[in-house]
Write a protein that binds this ligand. Sequence first.
Ligand SMILES: [Zn+2]
Length: 172
Amino acid sequence: MGLGCWSRPTNQRAESQLASRYPEGNSSHERPAHGEGTERTMARSVSYVSAAKLVSMARGNNRLAIIDVRDDERSCQAHIPGSHHYASTGFAARMPELARTAADGKDTLVFHCALSQVRGPSCARMFSDYISENKDTGIKNVMVLERGYNGWEALGYPVCRCTDAPCKGTCS
Ligand SMILES: [Zn+2]
C-alpha cells in the first residue's frame, strides 16, 4: 500500500497536545496513525528531543545524523535538511546498511517520521536493539524528534526539497 500524498485526516492540534502531555511518548497513550497498524510492542523507552534542541545539538556537530523513516511522504513533501531516508517499511532489513553509511562515524542518531508517534519511535527502538547487539557502531544516543517532520515544519524550521540521496543540507 503506497501512502502517497494523501492529506492526513488527523487533528494536528490534538496530536500536539497529546505529544506535549506525554513528552516521553508513553506508548499506552499513543494512537496509531493512519496506515501504521496497531503496534503496541514498544517496551523500551527512547529519549525524545524537541526541534529547538535538535537544532542546537546539530550545530557544528558532524557526529549527529537525522534519520527520516517516513515512507512515500518524503518524496512528495519536503524533508529536514541533511536528513537520511530509511523508510519504515523494510527498515529492519536496512539496519546494517544504515550502520555502515548514515551512522558511520556518528555518535547520535535522531529518528523521526511524520508525527513521531509510531514509526519513528518504533524504528529508533529497533535500531537501539541492533546496536546493543553490534557494539562496534560507535552510536551512543538513539533519540526521537518530538512531533516529527510535521512539527518541525509547523514550527518554521528550514526544510529542503532536494532529491539528493543523501541530502547535503544542514539543519542548523
Ligand atoms: Zn535535501
